[in-house]
Design a protein around this ligand. Structure first.
Ligand SMILES: CC(=O)SCCNC(=O)CCNC(=O)[C@H](O)C(C)(C)COP(=O)(O)OP(=O)(O)OC[C@H]1O[C@@H](n2cnc3c(N)ncnc32)[C@H](O)[C@@H]1OP(=O)(O)O
Length: 418
């Protein structure tokens, strides 16, 4: 076995990209070699990203990629994030510390650059807590049993003067970015989508070899404003008695008004032949079930952690968001990675603004930096974490007070995978 010192971890340039891509496919258990077209598409997609590989005797055996991202905090301000993806270690080289080496280097560089957080979508829950990440949003998928929903099957469009129209991919590339930008500035947990994201989503850039065009529909309000958009596919499934049993699967549905959400869900549930609608990943408090006369027709089929956040700068993270109540709280934050631990006083004022300063005062609440990430976007409850022994109250009632400050009336939502 090669010793740890003989395996080199270094940035990957143009010349090493095909080998890096082969190692990435291998780690994700996909066909190792990609076509030239796919390699070119990925090269284009990752051109501005930071690619790292680990090399044993010249062969790439581990991959890591990070790139600049904007994440919306509570209140609508965005913070610069170091988005981490393409994390793989070949089965021949696992559990020898390669991920730790790549992650520690990347987080140190992100801190140095001034990123406020690092983000990722975890393949498996146990991997990233050790690096200070915590689960900061939850994803929920519903499957709607359409005939049971109680929706009017004769529905012929929104009753509010708005309208739903089908879109072609090129229209999506024109109208989607502005709608998404409006959404992300109002919804904590949403991340930015760049132009290449829209090209990939609409088949203009083909990343995975095969491409099947999905359906796209838009909701416009009575005044003609674009307020919602959905992308979905439908399978072709018929029962033995020749009855249609199709399932519509939402790839994504974004909206900036409840009217748009209502209309798009009703639209999906009214497509002839469709008896099931799979919602795709939503926030756990999504409005979907409430739009159905019988909310039990929407059954939760998936509920899991989604966006993981690693706070790199406690002061800037806590000052970037707004607060639900006025108050003061001293947090003792432990950071095994040595990037942002310490004792901080959080002061939230009546207008919702927060200030955060290092302090020597007695702590109210002690917690790991990953638990702070779980609280930061408002998804988790400090009272719940205290009950589970994951945060410690140094003053009775501190967890309840933390919830009054940090929790939000709506849960955060990250609609994308990256
Ligand atoms: C953001 C994303 O890209 S998510 C995708 C993550 N990638 C995958 O799931 C692909 C398949 N898995 C892999 O490629 C690898 O197993 C990885 C990347 C998850 C881990 O890489 P490794 O080099 O084996 O990790 P490394 O040796 O640095 O492990 C560090 C520690 O994490 C633990 N660990 C690593 N992976 C896991 C896991 N999947 N489950 C539980 N613990 C894990 C190790 O046991 C080790 O613990 P220790 O320090 O107490 O001994």
């Amino acid at each position: 076995m090669t010793s740890r010192a003989d395996i080199e971890v270094r940035p990957v340039d143009e010349t090493g990209f095909a080998d890096w891509n082969r190692a990435l496919n291998t780690g994700f258990l996909r066909e190792p070699h990609s076509s030239d077209e796919v390699i070119e598409a990925r090269r284009k997609r990752f051109a501005s990203h930071r690619l790292v590989g680990a090399f044993d005797a010249g062969r790439c055996v581990a991959t890591f990629r990070s790139f600049p991202q904007e994440l919306t905090a509570v209140g609508g301000r965005t913070v610069p994030a170091d988005a981490v993806s393409s994390v793989t270690v070949s089965p021949t080289h696992r559990r020898r510390g390669l991920l730790s080496r790549m992650m520690e280097q990347d987080l140190a560089a992100a801190k140095e650059r001034g990123d406020v957080v690092a983000t990722l979508i975890a393949a498996e829950y146990p991997i990233y807590g050790r690096y200070g990440f915590g689960p900061a949003t939850t994803t929920t998928e519903w499957t709607v049993d359409v005939p049971r929903s109680g929706l009017d099957a004769r529905w012929a469009g929104p009753e509010d003067g708005g309208r739903v129209d089908l879109l072609d991919p090129e229209d999506v590339r024109k109208l989607g970015p502005e709608l998404h930008d409006r959404l992300r500035r109002s919804r904590p947990g949403v991340i930015d989508r760049d132009e290449l994201w829209w090209q990939l989503d609409t088949g203009a850039l083909r990343f995975h070899g095969t491409w099947t065009e999905p359906f796209y529909a838009v909701y416009r309000s009575a005044s003609g404003e674009v307020e919602g958009m959905v992308s979905y596919t439908v399978d072709d499934h018929w029962g033995d008695a020749k009855q249609p049993l199709n399932t519509a699967s939402v790839r994504w549905l974004i909206a900036v008004s409840p009217a748009a959400e209502r209309a798009l869900w009703h639209y999906l549930c009214s497509i002839d032949w469709v008896v099931k609608v799979k919602s795709g990943g939503r926030a756990p408090d999504d409005l979907l079930p409430l739009f159905l006369p019988d909310p039990r027709a929407a059954a939760v089929t998936t509920q899991a952690d989604w966006l993981w956040v690693r706070i790199l700068d406690v002061v800037r993270a806590l000052e970037a968001r707004t607060y639900e109540a006025a108050g003061s709280l001293v947090l003792e934050v432990t950071d095994g990675g040595g990037l942002t631990g310490g004792r901080y006083r959080l002061e939230a004022s009546e207008d919702g603004a927060g200030s955060c300063t290092p302090t020597d005062a007695n702590a109210d609440l002690s917690l790991e930096v990953g638990e702070l990430a779980a609280l930061w976007l408002g998804d988790e409850s400090a009272v719940r974490l205290a009950a589970a022994g994951r945060v410690r109250e140094e003053r009775a009632g501190a967890a309840r007070q933390a919830d009054a400050l940090l929790r939000t009336s709506r849960r955060p939502w990250c609609p994308d995978v990256f």
